[in-house]
Design a protein around this ligand. Structure first.
Ligand code: ATP
Length: 303
């Protein structure tokens, strides 16, 4: 094994949104089969790994992001990622993991998964491993982690962990409305199952209209093709989301939908200027951010 360096390494990874989230009936293992299209957007977590005497994690959040919801113990996904890679690679040198968090927590934006992907990339570089199998480790850590490694726009099958890139030459400007109080992903899936109790659910698939809109770089066609099977469940658990979604459309958004398991609401704008004016219209409902996609996956940013 190569000797680890003594320097610190930073890597960043982006938040994800789901342009389409198709959810099937849970299998015997309780997991739901998914057919999703992910897009990485320009909200980032930066992870810095520094050789230390013991494993630890610290976190600092950008304004408006509730850092108190990030666990600083063994359950932190970035720490779990670093330890998993160390175990598989036979590394015995602990690190401090510092998370500079720019992704709202428990918002349906895969914030923890982005931290884990960035931690894998940073530790891989710090320890001089150059391992080609980070995607396999990512899938062990969580369904969204493989996409956070890859970034861009991609389909996700299985539980979302079977990722393949999609052609997406366009640029899309998004307004995100986030809330201090998140929604628990398992609770949202539970609510989804309660809504569909006794009803047949087709195998989830990917709509051609969405894939075609992305290939053509058409923002209006994309707006018409966005969908999220979990939106009804998120709205059932958080009925107050209905009014900002409506307000966004009234203010001229091309489309409005819940991001993943929510509660973050997404609004598609015509361009960056339109996103800025939409954002100004929505400030009374929560914390408003603007971002664009697609952006790249996890990468080393400074050493
Ligand atoms: P997803 O859409 O991937 O299910 P999410 O974006 O809705 O997740 P996260 O920001 O990943 O939500 O947070 C979900 C929970 O994960 C948090 O409430 C927290 O307890 C736990 N968690 C573990 N590690 C992290 C981390 N590094 N950052 C944020 N949350 C973490």
């Amino acid at each position: 094994m190569p000797e680890p360096t003594l320097r610190a390494v930073s890597a960043r990874a982006a938040a994800k949104i789901n342009l389409h989230l198709g959810v099937g009936a849970p299998g015997p293992d309780g997991f739901h089969p998914l057919a999703t299209v992910y897009q990485a957007i320009s909200l980032f977590s930066t992870i810095t790994v520094t050789p230390a005497d013991d494993w630890s994690v610290t976190c600092q959040a950008a304004p408006g992001i509730a850092v108190d919801q990030v666990p600083l113990d063994e359950t932190n996904l970035a720490l779990r990622a670093a330890k998993l890679l160390a175990e598989r690679a036979g590394v015995t040198h602990p690190v401090n993991i510092h998370i500079a968090k720019g992704i709202p927590v428990a918002g349906g934006l895969a914030g923890g998964s982005a931290d884990a992907a960035a931690a894998l990339v940073a530790c891989d570089a710090l320890w001089g491993l150059d391992r080609p199998d980070l995607a396999e480790l990512a899938a062990e850590l969580g369904s969204d982690v493989p996409f956070c490694l890859v970034g861009g726009t991609a389909r996700g099958l299985g539980r979302g962990e079977i990722v393949s890139p999609l052609p997406d030459p366009g640029r899309y400007d998004w307004v995100l409305l986030t809330f201090g109080e998140g929604l628990s992903t398992p609770e949202v899936y539970g609510e989804h199952d309660a809504i569909y109790d006794g009803l047949a659910r087709p195998e989830p698939d990917l709509p051609d209209a969405l894939i075609d809109a992305l290939a053509a770089g058409s923002v209006t066609d994309l707006a018409a093709a966005l969908s999220n099977d979990l939106q009804e469940a998120s709205l059932s658990l958080r009925p107050a989301l209905a009014s900002p979604l409506r307000a966004g459309i009234d203010a001229g958004a091309l489309a409005a939908l819940v991001s993943g398991s929510g509660p973050t609401c997404l609004f598609l704008a015509r361009d960056a200027d339109h996103a800025a004016s939409l954002a100004a219209e929505l400030t009374s409902y929560g914390e408003v951010l603007t971002a664009h996609g697609p952006v790249a996956g996890a990468m080393v940013v400074e050493s």
